[in-house]
Design a protein around this ligand. Structure first.
Ligand code: SF4
Length: 370
């Protein structure tokens, strides 16, 4: 599902495509670098900011491209140092981008480890039973330009927090493609956006600090394994047996564990890097010690890291988070076997940070006001 904007986004152009578009207008190749430098390094917010470009070229750019295809509607900052940016696209669709600040030592007040979580679709077709983003289904894919624009909005938000020192994207530790949508269902736009994100003429963010998270689209995992840029991979597992996983993740019917796990192994072996298994702990669904033991076996076989995430309650859904003692007992099964495991401390609960909740809430408020 695609949306055709009035003008393509400049943030979706690569150095090559922009150079070609400019060459067709008789412009020399160095102009493309100059323009991209204004967008990504100098962070121009209007065409008139690009003062070293001829006026006629600026006018052509303004006629031809949208400078930034995602505008900030809301920056909801939470007490636990998570920022949730709600962005509006040209067709009024809403998407979420989240900044998560974690203390280096895991407990202190030094919020120096920063992760950005970006979205790749408006809504999601995967219909995971526990997820707010899947509740209203898929509206459309994001374009590469809309994916990249989220990172520029993060830069602007950071600049606003520290007005004296302009923050650089490089100061972030990780970018995770784990927000709204199934990234691998929007594969071409995703790869183009990550290429722009990684390029030295773009945002210059190291590919090895970018994690693509998928619900388990096996053919696309194998395709991603062949990409030359070495992105990291995370799998939303959430069930250690087909029975439990299929109950909460419909994708498991098309790609059961017998197909998914070998694909993950192939990726891991090709890249020589640890894959992460995401596992949202939901009370009385997947938090038993039997599930913990099965997950331990899977993680050991894949040499994978396990990220345990206590469930964030979603309005309108019946699922609950397990008691802390049960979370710890689950984690201990993995730890005792030497599996690399983290039990995620909650981030952003007070700003509806569970995937898709802020967007859903805002859309419902808009509908009620209409
Ligand atoms: S958890 Fe991810 S894949 Fe599943 S419905 Fe939500 S956004 Fe889609």
């Amino acid at each position: 599902m695609k949306f055709s904007p009035a003008k393509p986004a400049l943030t979706g152009e690569t150095l090559e495509t922009l150079t070609a578009a400019l060459a067709a207008r008789g412009q020399p190749p160095f102009r493309a670098r100059q323009i991209l430098d204004w967008v990504y390094k100098k962070r121009a917010r209007s065409w008139d900011d690009m003062t070293n470009l001829p006026k006629a070229l600026r006018a052509w750019l303004a006629e031809t491209y949208a400078l930034l295809p995602a505008q900030l509607v809301l920056n909801r900052q939470s007490a636990d140092v998570t920022d949730k940016l709600l962005l509006e696209l040209e067709d009024k669709a809403l998407i979420e981008t989240v900044i998560i600040r974690v203390p280096q030592d895991g407990v202190g007040l030094d919020h120096s480890r920063k992760t950005i979580c970006i979205s790749t679709q408006v809504g999601c077709a995967m219909a995971c039973a526990f997820c707010a983003s899947g509740l209203a289904g898929l509206k459309r894919d994001l374009s590469a330009g809309e994916i990249v624009a989220q990172l520029l909005q993060v830069c602007y938000a950071e600049d606003a927090r520290t007005p004296r020192a302009r923050s650089e994207l490089a100061s972030f530790d990780n970018i995770v493609v784990m927000g709204m949508g199934e990234p691998l269902a929007n594969y071409d736009a995703l790869i183009r956006a990550l290429t722009i994100l990684n390029a030295e003429w773009g945002l210059g963010f190291g590919a090895r600090r970018i994690t693509v998270s998928t619900s388990g689209l096996v053919p696309k995992i194998l395709k991603l394994a062949d990409e030359p840029l070495g992105f990291r991979l995370a799998i939303s597992l959430h069930g250690a047996t087909d029975e439990v996983r299929a109950r909460i993740m419909p994708v498991n019917k098309a790609y059961p564990l017998a197909r998914l796990l070998p694909a993950v192994k192939t990726f891991s072996e090709k890249h020589g890097r640890m894959v992460t298994l995401e596992f949202i702990l939901i009370a009385d669904v997947n938090d038993s010690l039997e599930q913990a033991k099965k997950l331990r076996d899977i993680a050991q076989d894949l040499h994978a890291h396990v990220n345990l995430i206590p469930y964030n309650t979603v309005e309108g859904l019946p699922w609950k988070r397990p008691e802390v003692a049960r979370q710890l007992a689950f984690a201990e099964v993995l730890e005792r076997a030497g599996v690399s495991v983290t039990l995620r401390r909650e981030k952003g609960h007070d700003i509806n940070a569970a995937c898709g909740q802020l967007r859903l809430k805002t859309e419902r408020e808009r509908e009620a006001a209409a």
